[in-house]
Design a protein. Structure first.
Length: 295
């Protein structure tokens, strides 16, 4: 997520992107009607038609359940990731989109990006409840994506900006942070609605900045958006420290929380020097123009 977090759940626009760290899901049919999953998180076996649950594989299991009637047998699933499972960064959405693509391909179904997005969003919401779908959109379409949940808008942006990521060393589940914000909003609903309106306006301006490839302006808007996220209550001292360290770097136009907040990553617009003193773990990434790739 580059801009629009939380507000996107309330009808605002957001900007998200796919990065060049991939999740690969390999699936093959097996005669027995069961699901065999293998990944860096471990292994899990269960019935395809009456599956047990496991939090580590909830999204893949839900994808299998959604496709169970169309699969000619059971399925073996191998999950590989170029990103550590300790990071967030929409990895659950990426796994879900990839699983949908693999399973739909096995069943002979259309794997168009918009269809994968629709199915993946249904699965994510079934598992975690409220979800905007922005990370599913980025995983399915690739590149930089303009997104709005309601009314639905989903489109690829023509240009991509240079980005950097710094991991704080910890994260909280998105659903938990959403509940934190919801509780705060109940105490001051009018103020939060105004914050969401400001975020929407800021993202709309940022979309124009991307179109113009005006990175100084986009950086300013990202900084402004971060201030609005602080007002939502999702920035803690560790994240704030990383944000200000990045803003002090040569070659960086702006920096803000990426994602729901209260942990995970900070995103910078630009590339800080290799020897820049940063309080978190630097993660070298770039925008990946391609979305789902099928073998």
């Amino acid at each position: 997520m580059l801009m629009g977090e939380h507000a996107v759940l309330n009808g605002a626009r957001a900007i998200c992107c796919a990065v060049n760290r991939r999740v690969t899901v390999r699936a093959e049919i097996q005669p027995e009607r069961r699901i065999d999953i293998s990944s860096a998180l471990g292994e899990f076996r269960t019935s395809l038609d009456n599956p047990e649950t496991d939090p580590s594989f909830a999204f893949v299991l839900q994808a299998c359940a959604a496709m169970a009637e169309e699969l000619p047998g059971g399925v073996k699933v191998l999950i590989e990731s170029e990103m550590s499972p300790t990071l967030g960064l929409g990895s659950s959405a990426a796994v879900t989109v990839a699983a949908c693509a693999a399973l739909r391909a096995l069943a002979g179904r259309d794997c168009a990006a918009t269809l994968l997005f629709d199915q993946a969003l249904d699965i994510v919401r079934a598992v975690q409840g409220r979800a905007s779908g922005a990370d599913c959109a980025a995983s399915a379409l690739g590149g930089m994506v303009g997104y709005r949940m309601d009314p639905r808008e989903l489109w690829r942006l023509e240009h991509a900006c240079p980005i950097s990521l710094v991991y704080s060393g910890y994260k909280r589940k998105t659903a938990e942070v959403i509940e934190v914000v919801r509780a705060r909003q109940s105490d001051f609903p009018e103020g939060f609605n105004k914050l969401y309106e400001l975020i929407h306006e800021t993202v709309s301006e940022a979309l124009q900045a991307v179109e113009d490839e005006d990175w100084p302006r986009l950086g300013m808007l990202m900084n402004f958006n971060h201030g609005l996220m602080e007002s939502l209550g999702v920035c803690d001292p560790s994240l704030a420290r990383i944000v200000h360290e990045l803003r002090a770097c040569a070659g960086v136009w702006g920096a803000k929380i990426s994602g729901s907040g209260l942990g995970d990553c900070v995103v910078a617009l630009g590339i800080p020097p290799a020897d820049a003193p940063l309080s978190g773990e630097r993660i070298d990434v770039a925008v990946d123009e391609s979305g789902v790739l099928l073998d």
